[in-house]
Design a protein around this ligand. Structure first.
Ligand code: MN
Length: 316
């Protein structure tokens, strides 16, 4: 049911230009299985004019505890239909120049899955657009960063995560979600991590040795200037990896490895406002580790709203 007023006044597709989508009555509603993210045009229809291109990646090849991350992209897509386009803070409807690819078919083997993500993201970057991966588990971030790094050699990475993800290997694999930032760090680019509160001694030693910048979840709670400090640590071109377990499980329980003591919804909005205002260019991003809980949809809605909030501010 589309009962929201104003739904017929949305601008899609044309950055700068305007394409007014007719009120819902005159537009054929696609079926629930194909109805696109945020009710945009059917998948790929406006790729040409999109600034951001969604890669739905229903992948959980290396999960270590709670399953369900493969259902993340679809749950977020369904929740996204309900997001209000009017943004009270901006005082207007958000204008998203957004397109989505169909869900990316990925093999179970993480190395191959990561390579496939890299290839897909590289194509989007080559077309001058910003790839946005919706996971799926965190291991896929490596493919995204590899592609972005090749195009933007001065790239820096902002990792929002409960876990350091800096293990050398996990479950015999160097491509596990628990190793993803170690592999990213090996690409030789600066990483700023925020919200971390769970790691091994090995990871702690690695952080000290490599002087990795970490904003611990506990520190963030005590430091009102944390968003500025995070932004200062980044270069002019940023890849943003948002592992939704960075949020406190009270607000975001639908994730495979929830950790108490996390950031709040408002903390993340503060950071996204600061990032958007900083003038830094977000050239690619991901939202990973949403593992929907059947019958409990609040976390899916949170992810959709969070993504919308950020996208509405990236391309003013
Ligand atoms: Mn992670």
């Amino acid at each position: 049911m589309d009962h929201r007023p104003g739904r017929g006044h949305l601008y899609f597709g044309e950055p700068g230009g305007r394409r007014l989508i007719a009120a819902s009555g005159s537009r054929r509603r696609p079926s629930r299985s194909t109805r696109p993210f945020f009710d945009l045009d059917p998948a790929g229809a406006n790729y040409r004019t999109a600034a951001t291109v969604i890669i739905p990646a229903p992948y959980e090849g290396t999960v270590s505890y709670g399953r369900g991350a493969a259902k993340g992209p679809d749950a977020l897509r369904r929740a996204s239909w309900e997001v209000e386009y009017y943004d009270p803070e901006l005082g207007r409807d958000a204008r998203l120049a957004l397109a989505s690819l169909p869900p990316l078919p990925l093999p179970r083997d993480p190395k191959t899955a990561i390579a496939r993500v890299e290839k897909t993201a590289a194509k989007i970057l080559k077309d001058g657009k910003r790839p946005l991966l919706i996971g799926g588990e965190h291991s896929l971030t490596l493919g995204m960063v590899r592609a972005a790094r090749r195009r933007y050699p001065r790239l820096s990475v902002l990792q929002l995560d409960a876990h350091a993800d800096l293990r050398e290997r996990y479950d015999q694999s160097p491509y596990s979600h628990a190793c993803v930032m170690r592999r990213v760090a090996e690409l030789g680019l600066p990483i700023v991590a925020a919200g971390v509160r769970s790691l091994s001694r090995e990871e702690h030693d690695w952080i000290r040795e490599h002087r990795q910048k970490i904003f611990w979840a506990g520190e963030i709670k005590r430091n009102p200037g944390w968003t500025k400090a995070v932004i200062r640590g980044l270069g002019p071109e940023v890849y943003l990896s948002l592992d939704v377990d960075v949020l406190d499980p009270a607000e975001m329980p639908a994730t495979g490895a929830p950790e108490p003591g996390g950031l709040s919804w408002r903390d993340l909005l503060d950071l996204f406002r600061a990032l958007a205002a900083s003038g830094k260019k977000v050239i690619g991003l991901d939202l990973v580790e949403l593992a929907p809980i059947p019958g409990f949809h609040a976390p899916d809605f949170l992810c959709a709203r969070l993504l919308f909030f950020l996208l509405a501010r990236l391309d003013p």
